[in-house]
Design a protein around this ligand. Structure first.
Ligand SMILES: CC(C)(COP(=O)(O)OP(=O)(O)OC[C@H]1O[C@@H](n2cnc3c(N)ncnc32)[C@H](O)[C@@H]1OP(=O)(O)O)[C@@H](O)C(=O)NCCC(=O)NCCS
Length: 165
């Protein structure tokens, strides 16, 4: 079994693997492969990958700084390859990313959205808030009816802060 050797900023060459991990999760909204390549080019400092022994990504977190709130990191997507789940990898990546982004961009809070049926994601962010002694506020950001493709769960905004990195 491959173990994570390193935590790294994504490169454009990682875009395809990140797209595959997102696709295989069967939970995340899968965006175009183009968007993951672009993300690796333009948002590399606010995103992170874990690499296996062969250097290929086995997990990722993508994020961006909110343009109107430069002290807030929005965590866009998190996924761990199925074979590597349940061992704290997502939590480790989230800690590493927020530590880096706090040092570089001075963020004080993170935001993400979670669908009510995603227990693992809820645990990941609740546990993150506990670990960092931060408060966690939840409110619906996008009601299901806003989505044009139908049958979408509401997206609940999790706002976590203050964080020191
Ligand atoms: C959510 C996901 C990233 C978690 O990755 P992971 O490396 O297995 O998570 P961790 O081992 O770091 O666990 C983080 C917390 O979630 C809990 N957890 C992980 N998987 C869980 C599951 N299936 N059910 C319930 N809790 C779970 C862990 O117990 C841990 O909680 P704790 O700190 O209170 O012990 C992974 O399951 C995944 O890729 N899911 C598909 C994509 C997805 O749903 N992404 C999140 C939405 S953006």
């Amino acid at each position: 079994m491959t173990t994570a050797l390193s935590i790294d900023s994504p490169r454009v060459e990682d875009g395809a693997a990140i797209w595959r991990i997102a696709r295989d999760s069967e939970v995340l909204d899968l965006n175009s492969s183009y968007s993951y390549l672009l993300w690796c080019r333009d948002f590399a400092t606010t995103s992170v990958v874990a690499r296996g022994t062969d250097g290929e990504p086995i997990a990722f977190v993508t994020g961006y700084i909110r343009p109107q709130r430069p002290q807030t990191l929005v965590v866009w997507q998190v996924a761990v390859d199925d074979a590597h789940r349940g061992r704290g990898l997502a939590g480790t990546l989230l800690d590493a990313l927020t530590h880096r982004v706090a040092a570089r961009h001075g963020i004080r809070s993170i935001e993400t959205t979670v669908t009510p049926d995603n227990t693992a994601s809820d645990r990941l962010f609740t546990s993150y808030a506990d670990r960092h002694g931060a408060s966690l506020h939840r409110e619906v950001l996008f009601e299901g009816g806003l989505f044009p493709d139908g049958g979408h769960e509401p997206e609940v905004l999790y706002r976590i802060g203050p964080i020191a990195g």
